[in-house]
Design a protein around this ligand. Structure first.
Ligand code: PLP
Length: 354
């Protein structure tokens, strides 16, 4: 997930500059680059504190630990987190257990306990759990399910979850590992619901290819971690932090959130024009530069067919083509993408139906 594309000159320069200065230092010292990045993340999100790690799964591990710490501090014997069906949160033991996909669990049982599953985009189901389970301490949710197939929930979903969390004294923990850093048209996707979560996890595009994870906290979760509660040797190192800091600078200087919103809208419109009437295509959908094209049938072979046509795509959930183009995609490249991929899809469907 390189939101700025490969070898962006300002990112390359930032990596080289920092590599020539200081790549890593012990966290017994104050790390200026880490502070700079934390300040930028908080200024652009309204969050208050940041714990740095090296990946998305680690950022979610921190979130899960925070929820347990919160529950234990509040005298809850078995703190449990509501997680969603069809979700994806990572491949470590706790995050794969949080993930709502049997394929990710298979072979790694016993799973980590303390997760209660609910259908995505279903507020009534959460209210039912609230009424019956006294051990819930948090909700962990993706603003749009990415690996699950670009599932966009109803408008105001996160706002309703925020209200339920407030009413029940739970933490609202938003996994922005795929949706964050401008991808859906705002710095973080939750900002489109005008709410502030207690915990936000970020990674992937944050480093534009350099490994980094961040767990941001606010409100009830802001001061939960105290020195000694959690740690990471390389998390927050100057190289990763200066790179991520420069990613944020470029995102803001080039107004890429707005660009993602507009180009994404255009892509959905143009793909719809090409594909809506094609037999075998179910739906074209998305938000910003997170786009899904759902087919009636599974189509994993489209990944290699598209690659042969010069296009890097993915197929998730079996039958959903997922596109995550760089946010600075030119209009010409966007037009080429629509033309080439529509041809690949039509040829594939014609072959499959013949
Ligand atoms: N959460 C979400 C929503 C993701 O999409 C991913 C990766 O695809 C992760 C967590 C895990 O991130 P990582 O692969 O950096 O551990």
């Amino acid at each position: 997930m390189c939101n700025l594309g490969h070898c962006h000159p300002k990112i390359t320069q930032a990596i080289c500059e920092q590599a020539a200065t200081l790549v890593h230092t012990s966290n017994i010292y104050h790390i200026g680059r880490q502070q700079e990045l934390a300040d930028k993340l908080c200024a652009n999100s309204g969050m208050e504190n940041v714990f740095f790690s090296n990946s998305g799964a680690e950022a979610n591990e921190a979130a899960i630990k925070l929820a347990r710490l919160y529950g234990n501090k509040n005298g809850i014997a078995k703190p449990s987190i509501i997680v969603m069906d069809n979700s994806f949160h990572g491949r470590t033991l706790a995050t794969l257990s949080a993930t709502g996909n049997r394929k990710v669990h298979a072979g790694f049982e016993p799973l980590v306990s303390g997760f209660v599953r609910a259908p995505y985009n279903n507020v009534a189901a959460i209210e039912t759990i609230a009424a019956t389970n006294q051990n819930i301490v948090a909700i962990l949710v993706e603003p749009i399910q990415g690996e699950g197939g670009v599932i966009v929930p109803s408008e105001g979903y996160l706002k309703q979850l925020r209200e339920i969390c407030d009413k029940n004294n739970w933490l609202l923990m938003v996994d922005e590992i795929q949706t964050g850093i401008g991808r859906t048209g705002s710095f973080f996707a939750f900002q489109q619901d005008y709410i502030l979560p207690d915990v936000v996890s970020s990674a992937k595009a944050l480093g534009n290819g350099i490994p980094i994870g961040a767990c941001l906290t606010a409100k009830k979760a802001a001061d939960l971690f105290q020195p000694g509660n959690h740690g990471s040797t390389f998390g927050g190192n100057p190289l990763a932090c200066h790179t991520a800091s420069t990613v944020i600078d470029v995102l803001l200087e080039d107004d890429l959130c707005k660009r993602a919103k507009n180009t994404g809208k255009q892509l959905v419109t143009d793909f719809s024009k090409q594909l809506d009437s094609v037999a075998g295509v179910k739906e074209v959908r998305g938000k910003g530069m997170m786009i899904g094209i759902e087919l009636d049938n599974d189509c994993p072979e489209l990944v290699s067919k598209a690659l042969a046509a010069g296009l890097v795509i993915n197929v998730t959930a079996g039958n959903i083509i997922r596109l995550l183009p760089p946010l600075n995609l030119s209009n010409d490249d966007a037009a080429t993408l629509v033309e080439k991929l529509s041809t690949v899809i039509c040829n594939h469907l014609a072959h499959a139906n013949s």
